[in-house]
Design a protein. Structure first.
Length: 482
């Protein structure tokens, strides 16, 4: 771990100093679960109503130029709700031993898939049971305009009989993989973010998640990753012929060098159900560092289209509802998700390369007395954003005269660093599809002045509350993130 003004140390050297400390006055560090050069995960406790429950807390070094951006990413991830996604609870900044840190508190997993693979491969039945909920949660994440970016066995968890995917390292599609504290290229990363790829890119994409999923799929069945060096420049990876179907077919269409030629999550889900995948669609990698902008459609007309936002969500993969039912049944009826032949210690839930073992205690040296009061870095809080362009729906008199009382519709919009709406969805659709459609069409045209941190524009999320009456239409904007 390297920070300006501090002698480089590793988490193993600091762990004994940190154990017993209390983060932000609320979260005791009870046990070291695992770490890397840029992050560490500890067992902690948090209040859940009247109960005190176990949780995991991840610590990363603070960086003044990046603090608010990282905290904003965690806050966005904390807003997500999916049964197969690790829940994030509290985030913030603190200081331990004079070291400024950021933290995120999350669900604590019992084990991860990497620990299982250290002992045995999964059976085809277990692989299918693992893959279904994983596809479902990836579909959900991609539909939100986000990319996981770290699909690998260590980040596929189990809590009881529930599969859970880590969520503390999610990025917007198109953001640079180099912009995170744990940025490094590993064996699971797609070739397009590796040095020497033509055309070069560092932007994460749903297609990159599909590649990582393909690598993971081969590993869970064979306990070995495909040999990337054997592929050659521009060629697809050679795969073990003994892989059973449909997994061989899925891996073959996931581990394709050109990201736009890979299957989508929906196509993989269809193949897993022995259905013919939908025709291949272009799946380009977004540009580096700039979230993909949605092309603004024409201003709303009097009559709404039947599918108002059909082309604005390239990452929305509509997995059939039947798949979700099968997934739920498989999870509820299956035995312990990652059954192994011996007991293991709790697994770290953060995006870490490998679980670390508890280091041996250092020689008898008394650590300096610590003040449990959080030491927060210099203020770099985001200034509020601002609405600079409002667009009201064009409601024809014939439609307005049908309103009884007030029709309320709330639209949630994600705004990029240029102030354009990147993604919009109904958070409270109201009683009328017609007026919900008008609200969605209008929301896509709004313009914003994004919040800034240290002079740099950052991503934001707003809710737009539309109220339709016979007298007119009003809209109340509220910035919810950051």
């Amino acid at each position: 771990m390297r920070m300006d003004g501090i002698v480089p140390q590793t988490w193993e050297q600091l762990v004994n100093q940190f154990i017993g400390q209390v983060v932000d006055g609320n979260f005791p560090l009870l046990q070291f679960l695992g770490g890397s050069e840029s992050a560490a995960v500890f067992l902690t406790e948090r209040h859940d109503g009247d109960r005190i429950v176990k949780a995991a807390i991840k610590l990363i070094p603070a960086a003044p130029e990046n603090n608010e951006l990282q905290l904003a990413r965690w806050r966005i991830a904390a807003e997500l709700s999916h049964p197969h996604l690790i829940r994030l609870f509290e985030t913030g900044s603190c200081g331990l031993g004079g070291i400024p840190l950021l933290y995120v508190v999350m669900e604590c997993a019992e084990e991860n898939l990497a620990q299982v693979l250290s002992q045995r491969a999964l059976t085809p039945a277990e692989t299918r049971a693992m893959l279904k909920p994983l596809l479902d949660v990836l579909d959900y994440v991609h539909a939100k305009g986000l990319v996981h970016g770290h699909i690998k066995p260590a980040n596929i968890m189990a809590i009881g009989d529930e599969l859970k995917l880590s969520s503390d390292a999610l990025l917007r599609a198109g953001e640079s993989a180099d912009s995170t504290p744990e940025a490094h290229v590993d064996a699971y990363d797609p070739p397009e973010i590796s040095p020497g790829f033509i055309p070069p890119t560092k932007g994460v994409s749903p297609a990159g998640d599909v590649w990582s999923l393909g690598m993971t799929l081969v590993e869970v069945l064979t306990r070995h990753l495909p040999a990337r060096d054997a592929a050659g420049q521009g060629n697809d990876l050679p795969l073990p012929a003994e892989l059973p179907e449909p997994f061989l077919d899925i891996a073959r269409h996931s581990l394709v060098q050109k990201p736009e030629d890979r299957w989508t999550v929906a196509q993989i889900a269809a193949r897993l159900e022995n259905c013919a995948p939908a025709p291949q669609v272009s799946n380009p990698v977004p540009e580096v560092r700039t979230p993909p902008r949605l092309a603004r459609p024409a201003r709303p007309q009097a009559a709404p289209a039947k599918r108002p936002n059909a082309n604005r969500h390239p990452n929305r993969y509509a997995i059939p509802i039947a798949i979700g039912v099968v997934v739920l049944a498989a999870i509820l009826l299956a035995p312990k998700l990652f059954h192994r032949h011996s007991e293991i210690a709790p697994a770290p839930v953060a995006a870490l390369p490998e679980p670390a073992t508890q280091p041996a205690p250092p020689p008898q040296v008394s650590p300096p007395a610590q003040d449990n009061t959080a030491l927060r870095p210099a203020s770099d809080a985001a200034g509020p954003g601002e609405v600079i362009e409002r667009v009201l729906p064009d409601v024809p008199p014939s439609a307005r005269n049908t309103i009884q009382g007030t029709v309320r519709v709330t639209v949630r919009v994600d705004v990029d660093t240029s102030g354009d709406v990147q993604f919009a969805e109904l958070s409270a659709p109201g009683p009328s599809k017609y007026f919900s459609t008008l609200a969605m069409q209008a929301a896509q045209h709004w313009g914003f002045r994004p919040p800034k941190v240290s002079g740099q524009s950052i991503l934001s999320t707003w809710t737009l509350r539309f109220e339709f009456t016979r007298a007119g239409t009003t809209v109340t904007p509220t910035q919810v993130i950051p």
